[in-house]
Every structure is written in structure tokens, then in C-alpha cells.
Design a protein around this ligand. Structure first.
Ligand code: ADP
Ligand code: MG
Length: 358
């Protein structure tokens, strides 16, 4: 038996006896964006109820999970060898089945507790190029976490729904999702994906590029989340107005001592050049693969951006300059996919056919 709704924000929490009975008889269904960097859960009829980093802190000896989500991310790099902080998703797919299940279970427990007569149904966003084995791993992890029925939808399709694009019409909708592990480019037309391509370059690779450049130029090793912090504070894809700099902390590789350095926005931009060029190249490849009719739609309507990596300052401007095509970023790039999956959940009769065969 599955568990009933609990632990929701005060606004959506139903404490009355009747609503508790109702949720035990028919628990709300769920939508999930199981991302490499972040996991989001949408609860039918409520909205987004979980938004956490995809990370688990595990006690090495016993395998006991000590923390999940933001708490585990805060521990990263600060624990002894006895504790391991793991990201169970890699490049959009499950890399560690047992730890993914722990993570999903834990995040679902924030939404469900107690008992219900029916296990909740869940729709999960997955990368378009997922293999049969990888699909099975996602389904099994959700089933092992207490879900009753699992449906999968391709993430670019979900992003297109979140972006409210006319996916059922005879027009080419191009979606570029710059996530943590991968950048996915997809062309969607008449409710199906007619082209998709994924590269393993996105937000994480940007952080690693900054980390490498700082090590090379300053002889200082900074943590990967320190590199991400620098990217969020002063990273950009094109120069903007006044130059600025940001302080970073790391370990001087020559002396072994902690050292503070000042990094300019120009330096960060330079270090992001390779990942940004790779993203531009994957979009150019997609454009080369499309037929003339779709190319016409793209020229007229532009390309739509989703995923947290698309929040990099100036990225859409840079992409416009390099491709000559207009780019429109989702107003909520980090939650666009889960809201799209949520739309399927809210209109199962109309949109269920968008789910992929298992
Ligand atoms: P995933 O779907 O793979 O979990 P997300 O869509 O959640 O990925 O995006 C996570 C990525 O977005 C991370 O690499 C994060 O650093 C990056 N990101 C989030 N906000 C910003 C921002 N303001 N500027 C640049 N990158 C950002
Ligand atoms: Mg994603």
C-alpha cells in the first residue's frame, strides 16, 4: 500500500479528516523531472512540491543514507571518507540504481506519508535517447519507491508542453534544453519528435571548465560547487557593460594553503568558450538536419530554450548571433520540464499518447 499526501506547504496542506480520507482512497498522482542536477516533483492539483538537488549523502560502511537533496549538497566536499556524497543521475540517466531509488523514495516521502489504498501514478521525464535498459531502471526505481503505475515522457516534449508550444500543429517546434549533464536539441511536430540529439556538455561542463581554467592560470584548486557559484555570479556568454570580478576560494597547489583569488568576468567567459561552442555546434547540426519546411518554421518562429544552463547570462544573445535565429527562453527554465510533465498528468485523456512506449 502506498502513502497519503503530507508535508506540503501550508497553503496546499489539507488537514481535515475528510480530505485525509479522500487522499487515502485516491492519492494525488505525480509528475517528476529526474534531472542530473535537480529533481522536481509536481503533485496533481497542487503544483510543484519538491525542488531539490539530485544528491544523496551515504555512510560508506553501512550504506545508510544520511541526507538527500540540498542538505546532501551542503555536505559535498566537507565530509570525511566515511561519508560519500553522490549524484545518482549521470547525463540524464540513472547511474546508480540503489542510490537513485533511495533518493526518489526520500523525495516522495516528503509528499506522501501514512497509508493509501491505491499507489500513486507517476509520469517521469526521461532523455530522448534513453535505452531500453535505462528506461527499465527509471521504472523500477519509481516502483520500488512506492509508485503504482509509471509512465515516461521525453523531456524535450515535456519542455515544449511547459513552454506552451503548439506541438500538435504542423509546425516545427525546436527546443534546446541546457541542463546539468546534457544539452538536448529536439524538433517536435504534430505530437512527435522528428529529430533529437544530445551532447554531454551543459551546466556541469561549464563548472568543470571554470575549475580547470582557474587551476591552470592561478595554480589554485577550487571545488566544483565553488566553480558553479562563480558561474552563477559572474558567468556570461557575451560581454556586458562594466567589467566585474568575483572572489573565489580554493587551495593553492604550490603551498597547499587556502587562498582567495579575484576572477574577472572576462576570464570566466574565456573559460566557458569550449562548452558554449559545443552547444552552438549541436544546435547548428540540428539545423542542418532539418528539411526546408521545418527550416522555414524555425526562421519564422525561432528556437525555444529550457533548462537551468540556459540561464547563463547572455547565452540566448550569443546563440542568436551565432545562428542568426531568434531564441526565446522559458520564463522558468528550471521548472519548465516538470510543469510540462504535470500537464500530461492533469489531462491524461488528451495527452497520454505523448508518453513513450515502454
Ligand atoms: P538537470 O535537468 O540536468 O537537472 P537543470 O535544468 O536543473 O539540470 O539545470 C541545472 C544547471 O543549471 C546547473 O548546471 C546549474 O549550475 C545551471 N544554472 C542554474 N541557474 C543558472 C544561472 N543563473 N546561470 C547559469 N547557470 C545556471
Ligand atoms: Mg533537465
Amino acid at each position: 500500500m502506498a502513502t497519503a499526501v503530507a508535508n506540503l506547504p501550508a497553503l496546499v496542506r489539507h488537514n481535515s479528516f475528510l480530505s485525509r480520507v479522500r487522499s487515502m482512497l485516491a492519492p494525488a498522482d505525480l509528475a517528476m523531472d529526474l534531472g542530473t542536477a535537480n529533481t522536481l516533483i509536481y503533485l496533481s492539483g497542487f503544483g510543484i512540491v519538491v525542488n531539490e538537488p539530485s544528491m544523496v549523502a551515504i555512510e560508506e560502511a553501512s550504506g545508510t543514507p544520511l541526507a538527500v537533496g540540498s542538505e546532501a549538497k551542503r555536505m559535498f566536499g566537507k565530509t570525511s571518507q566515511a561519508i560519500r556524497c553522490v549524484r545518482p543521475m549521470k547525463d540524464g540517466v540513472i547511474a546508480d540504481f540503489a542510490i537513485s531509488t533511495v533518493m526518489i523514495k526520500h523525495m516522495l516521502a516528503r509528499v506522501y506519508s501514512g497509508w493509501a489504498l491505491r499507489r500513486p501514478r507517476i509520469v517521469i521525464g526521461v532523455p530522448p535517447e534513453i535505452t531500453q535498459v535505462e528506461k527499465r531502471a527509471v521504472i523500477d526505481a519509481a516502483l520500488a519507491s512506492g509508485c503504482g503505475k509509471v509512465l515516461l515522457v521525453e523531456e524535450p516534449m515535456a519542455a515544449a508542453l511547459g513552454l506552451e508550444l503548439p506541438i500538435n500543429k504542423a509546425v516545427g517546434n525546436v527546443v534546446v534544453d541546457v541542463g546539468g549533464g546534457t544539452t538536448d536539441v529536439a524538433v517536435i511536430c504534430m505530437n512527435s519528435t522528428i529529430y533529437s540529439h544530445s551532447i554531454r556538455v551543459a551546466g556541469d561542463e561549464m563548472d568543470e571548465a571554470i575549475q580547470r581554467a582557474v587551476q591552470r592560470s592561478f595554480g589554485v584548486l577550487i571545488g566544483i560547487f565553488e566553480a558553479e557559484r562563480i558561474k552563477l555570479l559572474a558567468g556570461s556568454a557575451v560581454p556586458f557593460g562594466q567589467p566585474r570580478s568575483v572572489s573565489a576560494f580554493g587551495r593553492d597547489l604550490a603551498t597547499g594553503r587556502p587562498r582567495q583569488i579575484e576572477i574577472s568576468d572576462e576570464f570566466i567567459r574565456g573559460s566557458l568558450e569550449d562548452p558554449i561552442s559545443a552547444i552552438v555546434a549541436s544546435i547548428s547540426t540540428a539545423l542542418e538536419q532539418t528539411g526546408p519546411e521545418i527550416a522555414h518554421d524555425i526562421a519564422a518562429r525561432g528556437i525555444y530554450l529550457a533548462g537551468g544552463g540556459s540561464l547563463l547570462k547572455g547565452l540566448s544573445l550569443r546563440l542568436e548571433r551565432e545562428t542568426g535565429i531568434r531564441f526565446h527562453r522559458a520564463h522558468d527554465p528550471l521548472s519548465c520540464v516538470v510543469r510540462g510533465v504535470g500537464k500530461i498528468l492533469e489531462d491524461m485523456n488528451g495527452l497520454r499518447t505523448l508518453c513513450i512506449a515502454q
